[in-house]
Design a protein around this ligand. Structure first.
Ligand code: SAH
Length: 460
């Protein structure tokens, strides 16, 4: 048979053994050397599957029957798990998920970075891997004349009404339900995406896990929000922990949630939260980690790997709102943070002030362009921390790091594939990866986050 012809056809029923999990959390099986992806199947399982799609290199199949379930299999507790698509691994025990994430990291390092001699520690997980999210962003629409709010059905823009999301904080769920009831009661129309009509597009709720403070944001199509006064009063009465009620106006035909204009309807512009000893001000649109409990675990480990004594100069590239920078500033001489989004840097400066951390400087710009300029000013970091987006570090930044020769590099990564690629460059440039620690920031999903510690080899 020619290599380009798949050995199976659409609608064919076959028996396969699952050997691995893909990045998207689907089971992977080889059938006569041909790769098939089978959503919701787990490694070790033998199953009957129906082929749903084939292409030259690989195909997809649907699970029909599991002959031998994996010991990692469990009943997904969420009633909407199969329609929602927000979580991918609820059918796997949490221990299984943590093992899978560790393996994703060590496999990527080996396959894509040729790195085989580095300890990848067991994933640090949560004691209770549910109800961890501190931010809800729920699309609002209408069906049969009633306001509904929930989630977009997988691969569509059809809103499915939802009562609760079990990875979401309870308060957020309760507030969304209340807003839905109030909208129906006060005749506030849900948004119709196709006709670009109606009022309420999204409800966003933010919760400070340490402070208990809540913020409610109504994203509306235009300035008008009928019965605004009653709406505000009823929410305040029902949820005294709400400290801020905000309206964001998004008049565009777009998938982007927020528009440019935000106004405070009642209370404060910010709510506050802390991670460890550091306090943060969070506005409607601020970036802030969504799992604060695990963020503390991630940052504590980052601090441990940075191994600071108080005399070090540190650079934090891709610093966002300066969360890691401020954590590091508690134990460093000086921290320089750089980030491309100007609003995030304003937040970082405000948060530094809020915490009285005067040993920090923040700059707006591309890390790969700002840091060489810092080098030209004579700034010499002892420790370099990077936390890039999924595409990894810019090559120019990696070269700058190799030229600046910090004693230690701490690489926080949300994508093991680009991490492996970048570690290879750094290893070839004189660094040794000492250890890698996966941290589970998003239980029930396939997202993998990890921290790597690198040290400059002697003689470099
Ligand atoms: N360290 C932060 C955020 C990391 S997310 C935290 O822990 O919260 C990655 C960040 O990199 C984003 O805020 C993104 O805006 C920023 N970014 C993307 N490309 C960049 C570049 N070329 N230079 C600087 N920052 C960049």
């Amino acid at each position: 048979m020619s290599k380009t012809t798949p050995p199976v056809q659409k609608n064919e029923i076959i028996h396969v053994t699952i050997t691995d999990l893909s990045h998207q959390g689907a089971g992977v099986a080889k059938h006569e050397g041909y790769t098939l992806f089978i959503p919701k199947a787990l490694p070790g399982e033998t199953c009957e599957v129906k082929v749903t799609k084939t292409s030259k290199g690989y195909g997809f199949a649907r699970l029909i029957h599991i002959h031998e379930p994996s010991s990692d299999r469990t009943e997904a507790p969420c009633p909407i798990y199969n329609t929602c698509g927000g979580c991918q691994l609820q059918h796997m025990t949490y221990e299984g998920q943590l093992r899978y994430k560790q393996k994703q990291v060590s496999d990527a390092l080996e396959r894509l970075g040729g790195i085989t001699d580095v300890p990848v520690h067991p994933t640090l997980g949560m004691d209770h891997p549910w109800r961890y999210r501190n931010k809800s962003q729920v699309p609002v629409g209408e069906r049969d004349g009633k306001v509904i709010a929930g989630f977009y059905q997988e691969r569509s823009h059809r809103i499915v009404d939802m009562q609760e999301c079990i990875i979401q904080n309870e308060h957020n769920d309760e507030i969304v339900q209340k807003v839905k009831d109030l909208a129906n009661h006060y005749g506030i129309r849900g948004y119709d995406e196709e006709k670009h009509r109606g009022t309420l597009r999204h409800v966003v709720v933010r919760y400070g896990r340490q402070s208990g403070e809540l913020m409610v944001v109504f994203v509306t199509r235009d300035e008008a929000l009928p019965n605004k006064k009653n709406l505000i009063e009823d929410i305040r009465k029902a949820f005294p922990a709400v400290k801020s009620i905000v309206q964001n106006i998004n008049p565009k035909r777009t998938n982007v949630i927020f528009g440019d204009k935000t106004k405070v309807l009642w209370g404060e512009e910010y709510i506050y939260d802390s991670i460890g000893a550091i306090k943060f001000a969070i506005s409607a649109r601020s970036f802030y980690q969504v799992n604060p409990e695990q963020t503390k675990v991630l940052y504590d480990k980052t601090l441990e790997y940075a191994n600071l004594t108080g005399s070090e100069t540190v650079i934090d590239a891709y610093c966002g709102i300066g969360t890691i920078s401020l954590f590091l500033a508690q134990q460093a001489k000086h921290v320089y943070g750089v980030e491309i989004v100007p609003e995030a840097i304003s937040d970082a400066k405000r948060n530094a002030e809020l915490n009285g951390l005067t040993n920090t400087d923040f700059a707006v710009g591309e890390a790969e362009n700002v840091i060489p300029w810092w080098a030209a000013q004579g700034i010499r970091p002892d420790v370099f921390v990077v936390d890039p987006p999924r595409k990894g570090c810019d090559e120019k930044l990696l070269n700058t790091m190799l030229e600046m020769k910090p004693k230690r590099i701490v690489y926080v990564s949300c994508n093991p594939a680009t991490l492996a690629r970048d570690l290879k460059v750094l290893e070839e440039g004189g660094y040794k990866t000492k250890q890698v620690q996966p941290v589970d920031m998003f239980p029930q999903s396939t997202h993998v986050e990890c921290i790597s510690q690198l040290i400059l080899k002697e003689g470099n």
